[in-house]
Design a protein around this ligand. Structure first.
Ligand SMILES: O=c1ccn([C@@H]2O[C@H](COP(=O)(O)OP(=O)(O)O[C@H]3O[C@H](CO)[C@@H](O)[C@H](O)[C@H]3O)[C@@H](O)[C@H]2O)c(=O)[nH]1
Ligand SMILES: O=P(O)(O)OC[C@H]1O[C@](O)(CO)[C@@H](O)[C@@H]1O
Length: 419
């Protein structure tokens, strides 16, 4: 629809990537017609969007780029917002889970996920059920959607739920596993709060997690996490520093990571504090601000973005500089720098950075710095410049890598001797 509107009226459109189908398909045994059409729609959107907004590095630099026709220059990363409830809902959550538990005072190992195979909650039950120490010292709380009668449930949901109950039964976990049937928003908030105050852990064992909102929610409530090492959680856990990444197919790996957090109180405190303070930047106001900047850049790109060929002014100087702590670090300085460039159209501005293009652009946006005419990124291995002026896009200078390839005089030593 957006593409049709753009084609007729010339209104540019931004595609917000969400739960991309290719990765989901890779985690399924059977790919049906619906999945094929979903991927076809995604390809059409990715190829024709004027800008694409993704939420994690994984989504921007791996998931999106795996699509045919995807162009890195159109992809931007903005971290979604997360809301926490300030009111204490622990008592309400306690009422929800108490009937299941023999000793409700134990640390809570919490999972919240839709009851679909991809979320892989079974691996968490296996991790808990096979670990005598965890079974004896903690409670497992699983919130997996709202349960109705088996007949009215969708088949995947009832299959996933039946599988969970069978595993709980096989490990004889009654009295230490709660799996409430219904919940509301206050229960969810209360469970995060309860798990945090019990010095527990949040676990997301998904086979692949496109972004991983629950892992950010846990951070915001000061609850350390054990999360899948496949998908957006890799960036979130690395950036927020609030827990461990694990192989979701290995219950032993999951159990060991949970124990590291539960058994080391200094490590737990550090993760809880990191998560809570770092998650504060994840607000919807910040998202809206960044989104508006991108929208503006595709509607009316700033004059500075076309500085490689400024109208009526011959470029005379090239100003190339580093980004982190050179252009960033002082808001007043960044504003002055921007003003200076705007008043000197004969300067061609280039940024040379170790960051990827997506990450460099994200930081420049956050500091309200102007889009340079040339990007030298990935530790100098890639060069980009605005290819199609007026659309905020960039083009990669492939000739450089080819030239380096042809004229290479440097023969690297064998990797073994370098190590
Ligand atoms: O029984 C449940 C299960 C989930 N939630 C909430 O629903 C949201 C679901 O988050 P998540 O599991 O990350 O999302 P998905 O439903 O899988 O949806 C997609 O969209 C999310 C938001 O972009 C991404 O984080 C995911 O990776 C992507 O799969 C969170 O706020 C949960 O607290 C509930 O309230 N009850
Ligand atoms: O598993 P899928 O089909 O990618 O679903 C993504 C899910 O993300 C949401 O959009 C947000 O949680 C749900 O409405 C939807 O079910």
């Amino acid at each position: 629809m957006a593409k049709a509107v753009r084609d007729v009226f010339g209104i540019p459109f931004i595609y917000t990537a969400h739960s991309l189908g290719r990765d989901k398909a890779a985690s399924l045994d059977v790919i049906d017609q619906a999945m094929n059409s979903r991927i076809a729609e995604e390809i059409a959107a990715i190829v024709s969007a004027d800008a694409i907004v993704g939420s994690s590095r994984d989504e921007c630099e791996r998931q999106l780029l795996a699509y045919p026709g995807a162009r890195i220059g159109t992809i931007h990363r903005i971290t979604p917002g997360t809301r926490t409830q300030a009111i204490d809902h622990r008592a309400k959550a306690q009422v929800l889970i108490a009937p299941f538990l023999r000793d409700p005072t134990r640390p809570v190992i919490l999972a919240i996920a839709r009851p679909v195979w991809k979320k892989n909650i079974a691996a968490l039950v296996e991790a808990f059920g096979n670990d005598p120490h965890l079974k004896a010292s903690a409670n497992l709380v699983i919130v997996a959607g709202q349960r109705r009668n088996a007949e009215t449930c969708d088949t995947e949901q009832s299959d996933v739920f039946r599988d969970l109950v069978e595993r709980i039964d096989a490990h004889d976990l009654y009295g230490s596993v709660a799996y409430p049937k219904h919940h509301d928003d206050e229960h969810i908030a209360g469970l995060y709060q309860l798990a945090a105050s019990s010095r527990g852990v949040f676990v997301n064992p998904a086979l692949i997690e496109p972004y991983g909102l629950t892992v950010v929610e846990a951070a915001a409530y000061g609850l350390p996490v054990v999360a899948t090492r496949y998908g957006g959680t890799v960036d979130t856990v690395t950036e927020l520093g609030h827990g461990e990444l694990v192989d979701p197919r290995s219950p032993q790996d999951i159990a060991a990571a949970i124990r590291r957090l539960l058994d080391d109180s200094a490590y737990w405190d550090q993760c809880a504090a990191n998560g809570q303070s770092n998650a504060q930047a994840h607000t919807w106001a910040a998202f809206a601000d960044q989104f508006t900047t991108i929208a503006r850049s595709i509607i009316a790109p700033a004059a500075i973005t076309t500085a490689a060929e400024p109208i009526g002014v011959a470029p005379r100087y090239l100003l190339a500089c580093d980004l982190d702590n050179t252009l960033t670090g002082c808001a007043a300085g960044a504003a002055k720098f921007r003003k200076m460039l705007e008043s000197r159209p004969n300067i061609v501005f280039a940024v040379a950075t170790g960051r990827s293009l997506v990450e460099a652009r994200r930081l420049m946006r956050q500091w309200d710095l102007p889009e340079p005419a040339v990007w030298i990124t990935d530790v100098g291995t890639r060069i980009y410049w605005p290819g199609e002026y007026g659309r905020g896009k960039t083009r990669r200078f492939r000739e450089m890598s080819r030239a380096i390839g042809r004229q290479r005089k440097f023969s690297p030593p064998p990797i073994g001797s370098m190590v």
